[in-house]
Design a protein around this ligand. Sequence first.
Ligand code: ADP
Ligand code: MG
Length: 359
Amino acid sequence: MRKENNQLKFKRDIPLVMISLTIILSLCCSGCSSARNTPVEAEGFYMGTVITEKVYGRNAQKAADEGMKRVEEIQNKMTIQTAGSEIDNLNQAAGNGQFVSLSSDSLFVLKTALKYSALSQGAFDVTVGPLDKAWGIYTNNPRILSQEEVVRLKKLVDYTDIEVNDADNTARLKRAGQVVDLGAIAKGYAGDEVINVFKKYGIKSAFVNLGGNVVTLGSKPDGTPWKIGIKDPRPAAEGDQIGVLQVDNKSVVTSGDYERYVIKNNVRYHHILDPRTGYPSKSGLISVTIVANISIDADALSTSVFILGLDKGMALIRSLQGVDAIMITEDKQIVITPGIKDNFTLTDEGGTYTYHEET
Ligand code: ADP
Ligand code: MG
């Protein structure tokens, strides 16, 4: 009788034991998975490019989802590819005298763009839109513009024609036909904002890559730095790299003439325009990688330095705190600034470059 009771008790206890075991196991597994550091990886297509995120730790999924939503939100405010965005409204009102309301996001990016337009003495010019639209390098219908068209459109490019009214968060463009284009800076801002979302969720280790604009948060979960490959701008084989940068808590942004371009009559027409000539920039640089703490700075500077060329670009970098660069010239030199030389490993898979460390 007693034995039977015991058996009964035993049988009745099985589900309880199983439930507790399941709970313990699942608790253990969530602990194990963060101990194993399985990241959440997410991918989206916004701002005309592929966005990837890799996020480690508790709340990684929520952080990754909200990060991606933030990119979409920024895209929708700043795009000039679709009508009705804040920046499109600003452009549509060009020359009509009206000030246009902007969100704090758009205003901040516009003002930062103005700062870099001034700092680069107009090499970076956020009103490059009329030229950029006409060339259409990033579209399916790029055109080679006539000299007359370039001369006419170039007159519309002048960042000093932007008036910002801080008192009521508005801005306007002075002349009809002028177009603000945040293409060289908005992805940088979006990268910073994704990292802010990650931080809000307490994430300590993550990165976001917006079509080559990389922003890292912390180091890898094992404490080692993130490794970021630097592309060979003239690869012998697809995917060739010239080296690898190791960084943590930094943004790494590259501007090059090799991502978006058309070749006509042996001339490479790429998407980084020199506002002083109206043509794709021919400064002697074919790739500029900027390493900085903030991605909006890195993005604006990669475009600015690309247009300024090696000497003026180097002078600009040296004038700024905590900014480093890898510049690649068309005559196949790689020039690196002192602050990151120890973080860089030259691989030069194509074997065609000479390497120079600035002192
Ligand atoms: P990517 O967008 O490929 O990362 P960049 O950050 O260098 O490269 O930005 C290039 C984009 O910036 C162009 O597609 C155009 O929208 C815009 N742009 C082109 N020339 C200039 C310029 N001189 N100043 C500011 N923006 C520019
Ligand atoms: Mg840029």
